[in-house]
Write a protein that binds this ligand. Structure first.
Ligand SMILES: O=CN(O)C[C@@H](CC1CCCC1)C(=O)N1NCCC[C@H]1C(=O)Nc1ccccn1
Ligand code: NI
Length: 183
């Protein structure tokens, strides 16, 4: 089982690397790893298990965060319209996005960052993502709001980008042009 001991923290160069495409169909090993990443998110959202194993809650996880520079991400959360997202994805790619931006009004954090970094993180308000899921099916997801934010945070990890790289240096709480916040 993945615990916080397996989570790589900032300063480790793997978090700044562009991760490698996963050959498809995925190997049994890659599938097992991605299933474990998804299980971490479920465990971290279960009060008892999270308490027992001291897990920080997560709604998404990218393979570089467990020391694996491969293009794999797991997501497990309910968005503000109570739509459930629970995915293990190989080689996710943003194939189109809105001009309009959005941002989490609370700012963002990261399981690989053991400090608060205040500020708005501007992101595309709507994205279309293509990927291969755990069953080997090609999926095309049209995302907006919180879901769009989570997916972009995870796909950034595959490109060596941390959430604070997007925060405006001069005014961290500068409201991005043409944007509406997700509260
Ligand atoms: O790369 C993946 N990570 O680093 C785990 C991150 C991913 C999210 C950060 C912002 C968008 C995706 C994560 O889930 N967290 N970051 C650390 C604090 C706990 C947790 C979190 O923000 N939870 C949350 C936020 C809003 C609503 C509900 N729950
Ligand atoms: Ni993160």
């Amino acid at each position: 089982m993945i615990t916080m001991d397996d989570i790589v923290r900032e300063g480790n160069p793997i978090l700044n690397k562009v991760a490698t495409i996963v050959p498809l169909p995925p190997s049994l090993e890659d599938k097992q790893i991605l299933e474990e990443m998804l299980q971490y998110l479920k465990n971290s959202q279960d009060e008892e298990i999270a308490q027992e194993y001291q897990l920080r809650p997560g709604v998404g996880l990218a393979a570089p965060q467990i020391g694996l520079s491969k293009r794999m991400i797991a997501l497990h959360f309910e968005d503000l319209d109570e739509k459930m997202y629970s995915y293990g994805l190989f080689n996710p790619k943003i194939i189109s996005h809105s001009v309009e931006k959005t941002y989490l009004s609370t700012g963002e954090g990261c399981l690989s960052v053991d400090r608060e970094v205040p500020g708005y993180v501007p992101r595309h308000a709507r994205i279309t993502v293509s990927a291969t899921d755990l069953d080997g099916n090609k999926v095309k997801l049209r995302l907006k709001g919180f879901a769009a934010i989570v997916f972009q945070h995870e796909i950034d990890h595959l490109n060596g980008i941390m959430f604070y790289d997007h925060i405006n240096k001069d005014d961290p709480f500068y409201e991005p042009e043409n944007s509406k916040p997700v509260d």
